[in-house]
Design a protein around this ligand. Sequence first.
Ligand code: SF4
Length: 159
Amino acid sequence: MLKGLISAEDCAACRLCCIFDGCDVAGTPVITPETKEKIISLLPEQRFIELGGALRLCMKPLPGGEAQCPLLDPERGCIMGGEKPFECALWPVTVMRRDESLVLTLSPDCPVANSRPPELIRRICAGIAEEVFKEAERCPALIRPCKDGAVICAEQGKE
Ligand code: SF4
């Protein structure tokens, strides 16, 4: 959840981004080695899956073909607190590669963020872009391909 764009209360009331299409493993958050250590300290039995050079969580299957993140507690929300996976901490913004540069894009799936003024979204993204791009370049699995029609909120090398 990107601070300043969405409140913790909004997130807790929704949790849409912690439920996935059961077949879409690539759509689940990438787990870095540091994050894996934290997860194991909280859930020692948690299993992981490797996909395209990146580690992902084995999800909890739900009826109807969906899957829920095992770190989502029904009462407390995400048990990772301030140490969420990179993509979760950034959500509903995602790092994508467009041509040669990195961009930040806004997901159309988050109803709260999409109700915010575009100028606020661009300002928040501009404030974090440099640091986020640096982290994504350190772990390229965090960079997703840019889709046609993606809403670009910030672009590498541009103010
Ligand atoms: S790690 Fe936390 S924020 Fe990310 S999908 Fe799982 S429960 Fe949701």
